[in-house]
Ligand binder design. Structure first.
Ligand SMILES: [Zn+2]
Length: 384
């Protein structure tokens, strides 16, 4: 059976499998999340980024109704997904003008913060001078700034609906007859239709006013200039990396339901532990393990000996809220159930592991894929 994976989160808050991507099927997910925020006394999210259903022809997104408990939340379309939709109108991604085209589209949507950019230029000028270039030109400074540096030290904001629509239309017009040296056009005839359809979504890309999308996580000194290190919360980029991670921690393309659920829960726990460590900008601990019980025990033992806890940022997991996760969600919708008691089967696996003599389990983030058992109670294929 094929299933859709729907993920919500920066840290992954919930992952469910559903038969289709319809909003109706996601109602229990939305209720569960709204309820979890309420119980934890957390303020409601202000903005939700999605890769689909950002608006309808005649009104707001279906997601607004789905998350009605989060009143006033804005739904926005992820800009990378919007750009991918536009890219469908390009002859081929290997066309020599493709890279330039995508860069220009991005330029139509975003502008850099002038103050952040000035500061980075100042740092780069000083670095070039230190490297022996007495008076670096403006273009030499521009070339010396890498894309990673721009993303790390400069805020971006959206230009506004009207400005972006005008800029994209001007760009499409300017490149309408652009070809490579063999005469292959950059844009296909489809582009007119694609743009006519995507034009209305430009409003769905705009940064919601009053929402701080950037946080400063630290500073870096370059060329004697103190530069902010920024983290951006815009879009679904972190979930795209999660999709990649998902494909790695579930080995192969099919697994039985119990194994899949076990891999999924374990993978999400590891992902979230790493994300929360990144968010705190905490140094990598000397001992590395994702085993919650082990971390708790080691911390307790250290405290009883009057030593500082080695897992300084360890937090006990919250109580289970009863929300259906992963395949459990799919089963509750389709009226089926796990062929075995899944929690017991997973616990059994951990008991087997605990029987081995393990002092400290040291695991790399990219652990070697485990080979799947051959008994396939249920064959599940996932499209990311
Ligand atoms: Zn839209």
């Amino acid at each position: 059976m094929a299933a859709w994976a729907t993920n919500v989160g920066n840290e992954v808050l919930i992952t469910v499998l559903t038969e289709s991507e319809s909003a109706h099927g996601l109602e229990p997910l939305a209720r569960g999340l709204v309820d979890r925020y309420r119980r934890a006394g957390q303020p409601r999210p202000l903005v939700l980024y999605t890769d689909r259903d950002c608006c309808t022809q005649d009104g707001p997104s279906k997601l607004v109704a789905l998350f009605e408990g989060w009143e006033g939340m804005t739904v926005r379309l992820d800009i990378w997904h919007f750009m991918r939709r536009i890219a469908v109108g390009v002859t081929s991604e290997s066309h020599p003008l493709y890279g330039m085209f995508m860069q220009r589209i991005s330029g139509c949507i975003f502008e850099w913060d002038a103050d952040d950019h000035r500061l980075l230029q100042q740092a780069k000028r000083a670095m070039l001078k230190d490297a022996g270039i007495a008076s670096p030109s403006e273009s030499a400074i521009r070339k010396a700034i890498t894309r990673d540096e721009l993303a790390l030290h400069c805020r971006r904001r959206t230009r506004g609906t009207e400005a972006t629509v005008t800029a994209i239309e001007t760009l499409l017009l300017a490149l309408a007859d652009a070809t490579d040296t063999l005469g292959v056009p950059l844009l296909t005839d489809e582009m007119t239709l694609i743009w006519a359809e995507q034009r209305r979504h430009v409003a769905c890309l705009q940064d919601p006013p009053g929402v701080a999308l950037y946080s400063v996580t630290g500073t870096l000194r370059k060329g004697g200039v103190q530069l902010p290190v920024l983290r951006c919360a815009r879009g679904t980029t972190s979930l795209e990396s999660f999709h990649l991670h998902l494909a790695r921690f579930i080995p192969g393309t099919s697994a039985n339901a119990t194994n899949f659920q076990a891999f999924l829960l374990d993978g999400i726990t590891r992902w979230n532990a790493q994300r929360s460590r990144d968010a705190l900008d905490a140094p990598t601990p000397r001992l590395r393990t994702f085993d919650v019980q082990l971390q708790h025990t080691v911390n307790d033992l250290s405290r009883s000996l009057g030593l500082p806890p080695p897992f300084e940022h360890f937090r006990m997991p919250m109580a289970y809220t009863g929300e259906a996760i992963g395949i459990d969600y799919l089963f509750r919708q389709t009226g089926s159930s796990f062929p075995v008691d899944v929690n017991a089967a997973i616990d059994e696996g951990f008991e087997d592991l605990a029987e081995d003599e393990v002092t400290v389990v040291v695991q790399e983030a990219d652990s070697t894929p485990v080979e799947l058992p051959t008994e396939d109670d249920l064959d599940i294929k996932v499209r990311y």
